[in-house]
Write a protein that binds this ligand. Structure first.
Ligand SMILES: [Fe+2]
Length: 254
């Protein structure tokens, strides 16, 4: 089975459409999203409509679950007062601009999804999709986490040797194997933070012979997305952020 895993689209419709076109050319068996469909860019309703109309299942990111419930804060992290201000502006803009339908649908997203790629009634391997970690969709599972951290997380999720745990939220893709469990961070479609402005997703192949993970990057019209942000009432900082792949404002807000 070949899966395309997409995450952290963050209301960036041009990036999503470029990734979906790329995925379509490559004949995947299934596509899943790992949350954070909205926030930071001006197409929250359009992105949700695209995900709904293409029938892509997925889990709730912190942005999705907080917008859906009018929570007091998006659960985003920031490192200084300026980033805190920008984070709040994005959250309030998104809450003010999502339709009732978008908001209600975001509230239906599950916290985690478990997939059995090889089917049948045997016990593995299992692909588990979550946004953050096993208990919170706001925990940053970064590449520099210790082996102990990942092993504990895998055990808490019920993952075993040969299973795959896929996460998003950090906007930086990576792949590690700890205790025989494949940990994959799918990066970000619409707001990468690794200095590469191209949209990102992960290609995952699971067969009887094992697991293959490929981190994929896709060119899209970043300047068009940046222009739309500037033309909107969102902060212009978010346009520069897209154009530099997160280099200018080293925020960890997500
Ligand atoms: Fe995010």
């Amino acid at each position: 089975m070949r899966y395309a895993l997409i995450s952290d689209i963050h209301a960036n419709l041009p990036a999503l459409d470029a990734v979906l076109a790329h995925i379509q050319r490559d004949a995947f068996d299934a596509v899943y999203h790992l949350g954070d469909l909205v926030g930071y860019a001006p197409w929250p309703n359009e992105v949700v409509d695209r995900i709904r109309s293409t029938g892509i299942p997925g889990v709730a990111g912190n942005y999705d679950s907080t917008v859906a419930t009018d929570y007091k804060h998006c659960g985003c992290r920031y490192e200084d007062a300026q980033q805190e201000l920008l984070s709040h502006l994005s959250y309030e803009w998104t809450r003010a601009n999502v339709s009732a339908s978008t908001k209600a649908w975001l509230g239906t997203l599950p916290f985690r999804i478990d997939v059995r790629p090889l089917g049948g009634h045997v016990s593995g391997p299992t692909l588990t999709l979550i946004h953050g970690n096993q208990t919170l969709n706001t925990v940053y599972v970064t590449e520099d986490r210790s082996d102990d951290f990942l092993a504990t997380m895998g055990a808490a999720l019920g993952a075993r040797d040969g299973d795959i745990v896929a996460v998003g939220h950090t906007h930086k893709p990576w792949h590690r194997v700890v205790s025989g469990i494949q940990f994959v961070n799918t990066g970000s479609v619409g707001r990468p933070k690794d200095g590469d402005p191209r949209a990102g997703y992960v290609s995952l192949e699971v067969g009887t012979a094992g697991v293959a993970v490929q981190i994929v990057r896709v060119e899209y019209d970043v300047d068009a997305a940046a222009s739309a942000i500037i033309d909107s009432t969102l902060p212009n900082d978010f346009a520069e952020y897209l154009q530099t792949g997160g280099r200018v404002v080293s925020t960890r807000s997500a």
